[in-house]
Design a protein around this ligand. Structure first.
Ligand code: MF3
Ligand code: CO
Ligand code: CO
Length: 255
């Protein structure tokens, strides 16, 4: 089975560009900078490296990446909001290059995180990695959600239901939906050549979210903190490949 080899070579390039964008942003995400500035740096880096920022003009989105702060679950819109001590922000970058997409996000803390925030971030990252590590042909889609849900709920956190991971290759979002909750041994089989994201959104409080009037910003209903990480992965003959691994080893805070 080598017919996905060319596809995976392109996914590797797109994933690497998205990951390198987050690597580059890491030193710039600090107290006193606006989320618009992060957006501008991300846009320019992707452009200067031969790619294009997928969120820009995607379904009317007007920025190049998402910046989701504190109780924002996802799809936060960069603005003149200045990062300050105590903030936690998810930066979600999607690069298109050679018609292929790489989609990845990480959490960033401004100053020292509280114990509670740190626990949430650690659990969110760990849940994503646990789900990635079980990936191989023959397991079921539901196994992914089970891995994430069972892990974070045991710590008293909750899994957002209203947003999920997604197939990704020559389209930003394509089937299948990758739910971050669910039951073992349920759903379709994973097959070599599939590529999709795993991007759990984990809340410190209840899982309910609402979308603000801007049509994008999703926040926790109970105003509790939310965290997220995202990788784009591919299923190989015997296991998996992460396309969006940091080149600098910046997997989770502190960087
Ligand atoms: N990057 C997000 C995801 O993980 C999607 C952002 S769509 C946007 O699927 F338009 F808000 F940028
Ligand atoms: Co995604
Ligand atoms: Co994303």
């Amino acid at each position: 089975m080598t017919d996905y080899k060319e596809k995976f070579e392109k996914m590797r390039i797109a994933g690497k560009l998205a990951a390198q964008t987050l690597d580059m942003l890491t030193d710039n995400i600090k107290e006193g900078v606006s989320t618009d500035y992060i957006d501008k740096l991300g846009y320019e880096f992707i452009r200067d490296n031969g790619g294009y920022s997928a969120p820009l003009f995607y379904r009317g989105f007007k920025k190049s990446l998402c910046t989701s702060l504190n109780h924002v679950v996802c799809h936060g819109i960069p603005s003149d909001r200045i990062l300050k001590e105590g903030d936690a922000v998810n930066v979600d970058v999607t690069a298109i290059i050679n018609d292929h997409y790489g989609d990845t996000s990480r959490m960033f803390c401004i100053g020292e995180p509280s114990v509670k925030l740190n626990n949430l971030i650690e659990a969110t990252y760990e849940s994503m990695m646990r789900a990635i590590k079980i990936l191989k042909p023959g397991i079921k889609l539901g196994d992914i959600g089970y891995e994430i849900q069972s892990f974070v709920e045991a710590k008293g956190f909750s899994v957002v239901r209203d947003f999920c991971g997604h197939g990704i290759s020559t389209k930003f979002h394509e089937p299948p939906n990758i739910l971050h909750y669910g039951n073992k041994n349920v759903g379709p089989d994973l097959k070599p050549g599939m590529s999709f994201t795993i991007e759990p959104m984990i809340n410190a409080g209840k899982f309910d979210v609402k979308v603000l009037n801007d049509g994008w910003t999703a926040v926790t209903k109970d105003k509790s903190l939310s965290a997220q990480f995202e990788h784009t992965v591919g299923i190989t003959e015997f296991g998996y490949e992460i396309f969006t691994e940091s080149v600098k080893g910046y997997s989770k805070p502190p960087y």
